[in-house]
Design a protein. Structure first.
Length: 71
């Protein structure tokens, strides 16, 4: 079952890098990072979980900046 979570994160991540719109790239990759975080915790792979958490934080910050510029 855990593998399906990892494959889902991989699929969303691959979809995100094909986005030409930066806002959609950030949103999709944030979702993928959150799923990778859960996956990393489930399989007890701390480097994966830490990396995913850092990616999620970076995407949140960049999304905040993107929304702030638009407002």
């Amino acid at each position: 079952m855990n593998e399906y979570i990892g494959y889902t994160a991989l699929l969303i991540s691959l979809l995100s890098v094909n986005m030409s719109n930066m806002l959609w790239f950030r949103r999709l990759h944030l979702l993928a990072s959150c799923i990778y975080l859960v996956y990393g915790l489930l399989i007890e792979a701390m480097p994966l979980a830490i990396g995913a958490a850092l990616f999620a934080l970076i995407h949140c910050y960049r999304l905040y900046k993107l929304h702030k510029v638009k407002a």
